[in-house]
Design a protein. Structure first.
Length: 614
């Protein structure tokens, strides 16, 4: 091959000779470092001046200045998390950046001073999306500020966004998209395009992290003195490396033994609520009240059988999952989401069956309704395809994701154990009984002495106060679980006054942990308790009604420094309670509604209004 045929043919013959002479003397580590060095120069020159350059000598000083400026820029990594995934990814990114010679500041949205945004230079954001396009609770202040008229122009800011979401929701990765659009409107510059991740986020997240670090590390290398690093230092200048995991984690769950599964609901209840005790013996896992237990559940074998029947596939057929060969049955039981259909699956199945036009003819609302009313097996039955290669089918499915359950125990009372409270999701669809993947597994198949893969998910924004501050706990149904942990903790370690607002359907059958609450009341560990059983009377009474009834005392507790905790359903209960809290403050403080809302926001900023909703 001649010089004119090479990809870099714009180089002169003399330049090529210099490169060939240099490359012949380089080690692999040195070659790797030099690639970053020249990538940084190219990146800076491209952003600085794309006009023709008369000579190397003429541009060297300005290029050097730009490189040095880029290398000296501050770097902040901001995570906006709902369940901890964004925090985990941001932490790994910060660890990799540090190992590669950068100096990042890692911070969560709840602790971020939003007025500092105008002073940021390089900002990397990892954000989850809550529900239909909303930001996580920890990021509400940031979003409110950025999307308001108070937001400053950001012409000096460079940014990159990794958005986490769930394609089963219509507004997939909505929070990340909103930030990206707003930053662009404020004049900020993207370092790389936004990446949107479905629930199987590991690979695209790793690629995004690697891409952004290559740019920043190359700029830093270009500004550094031209010297060859040692092998030990050059070894870190590659793709982003994940932070070391604890012995057992989401990536490597602990095979825990079920100690017991106890029915909490009484005979005749319309719910089947269960208390499940899980052994942590020999795991080394610890937690504090407020944390969650990650459950790696399996699909219902009956649903797997129905799916195989609809596909007319052999359960023993081999397929490949993450470079490992398993049987189709094994993949469908333990590795893949086979219940909830997503837009991605609709596109995949439409392409395989030639029915793409059927799904694209629907508007977004119709598609959302269709996905809500049809599981994967229902779509396959409606548009069957026989003789399909199993691998092609599973390529359209998402990985089966762990589910999180609030821990209902304290290690102070229950050493080497974690308790959870589960109300299985059960319903009929197309004339068939269906159940939630994890809740059905826990209620129907997680019997005593069976093994269940688990891990601990930290929840730093749902914590007891460290002192004797009073607490107000608001929960409905299984949302009472973390408060049992709170009371167990205070039973041993003491604490201030506590007040529980608990709601369920019926007093006789659904008063979860009734005896324990009454004992804590008797012993003074629980100061007050208000209950609301919505189906015991002609008028439905919920926890928000009890709060209104006790508005004077409720507000008095707040003025005396009480912390509010809210746990339960995000769709209805949490918004209704939140609205009631604003009303109570508005009326008791005799202020305008906007002032009451700001009062509650200030409680949230101070960590005195904490929510764990799902």
């Amino acid at each position: 091959m001649t010089v004119s045929q090479l990809p870099g043919a714009s180089l002169t013959t003399e330049q090529w000779q210099l490169i060939e002479t240099l490359s012949a003397s380089l080690t692999s580590d040195q070659a790797h470092w030099i690639s970053g060095y020249f990538a940084g120069i190219g990146s800076v020159l491209l952003r600085g001046n794309q006009a023709a350059i008369p000579s190397t000598d003429a541009i060297a000083p300005s290029a050097t200045a730009q490189i040095e400026s880029a290398a000296s820029r501050s770097l902040t990594i901001l995570h906006i998390s709902e369940t901890g995934n964004s925090t985990e990814l941001a932490t790994r990114l910060a660890d990799s950046a540090t190992k590669q010679g950068l100096n990042p500041i890692l911070i969560g949205a709840a602790d971020y001073k939003i007025r500092k945004l105008k002073d940021e230079q390089d900002l990397l954001i990892v954000t989850a999306t809550h529900g239909e396009g909303d930001p996580p609770q920890t990021g509400m202040d940031l979003f409110e500020f950025v999307e308001s008229r108070k937001a400053p122009a950001l012409p000096e800011l460079r940014y990159a966004i990794l958005a986490l979401g769930d394609m089963s929701y219509e507004h997939f990765c909505g929070a990340g998209k909103r930030l990206d659009e707003r930053f662009e409107a404020l004049g900020a510059k993207r370092l790389i395009p936004r990446v949107d991740c479905d629930v199987d986020y590991e690979e695209p997240a790793a690629s995004w992290s690697s891409d952004i670090l290559k740019i920043l590390v190359a700029e830093r290398a270009a500004a550094a003195p031209v010297s060859i690093p040692t092998s030990s230092s050059a070894a870190t200048a590659g793709a982003a490396q994940p932070a070391a995991d604890p012995a057992y984690s989401k990536r490597n769950p602990f095979p825990a033994t079920i100690i017991d599964s106890i029915a909490l609901s009484g005979r005749g209840s319309t719910r089947d609520t269960r208390h499940i005790e899980i052994s942590l013996a020999d795991s080394g896992l610890t937690y504090v009240p407020g944390d969650a237990l990650g459950i790696v559940a399996h699909n219902d074998p009956a649903m797997v059988e129905a799916l195989l029947d609809a596909l007319d596939m052999n359960p023993s057929d081999p397929v490949t999952i993450k470079n490992q060969s398993v049987t189709l049955s094994e993949a469908l039981i333990g590795s893949l989401e086979i219940t909830t259909a997503t837009l991605r699956f609709l596109d995949h199945w439409g392409e395989l069956t030639g029915t793409t036009d059927v799904f694209t003819a629907m508007d977004s609302a119709q598609r959302a309704t269709y996905l809500y009313e049809n599981h994967i097996v229902d779509i396959i039955r409606a548009y069957p395809l026989k003789g399909l290669d199993p691998q092609r089918f599973i390529d359209g499915l998402r990985p089966l994701q762990p589910r999180l359950y609030s821990i209902a125990s304290s290690l102070e009372i229950c050493p080497e154990e974690a308790h959870i409270t589960v109300a299985p999701v059960r319903y009929q669809l197309h004339g068939e009984d269906r159940s939630g993947v994890a809740s059905g597994h826990l209620a129907d198949r997680a019997v005593a002495d069976s093994v269940l893969p688990i891990y601990i998910q930290s929840n730093p924004h749902f914590r007891l106060p460290t002192g004797d501050d009073p607490i107000i706990m608001i929960g409905a149904g299984t949302g009472v679980a973390p408060y049992r942990a709170f009371m167990q903790e205070r039973e041993v370690n003491g604490g201030g006054r506590s007040w529980l607002f608990f709601g369920e359907r019926n007093f006789r059958t659904d008063f979860l942990y009734q005896t324990e609450w009454q004992n804590w009341l008797k012993e003074g560990i629980l100061t007050k308790m208000e209950v609301a059983f919505s189906r015991d009377g002609t008028e439905k009474i919920y926890v928000q009604h009890r709060i209104r009834e006790h508005a004077h005392d409720f507000y008095a507790w707040l003025e005396e420094g009480a912390y509010i905790y809210l746990c339960g359903d995000a769709a209805r209960m949490a918004p209704d309670v939140h609205d009631t809290l604003v009303t109570v403050i508005e009326e008791q403080a005799s202020v305008q509604r906007e002032e009451a809302e700001e009062y509650l926001r200030n409680l949230q900023r101070d960590g005195r209004y904490q929510r764990d909703v799902y």
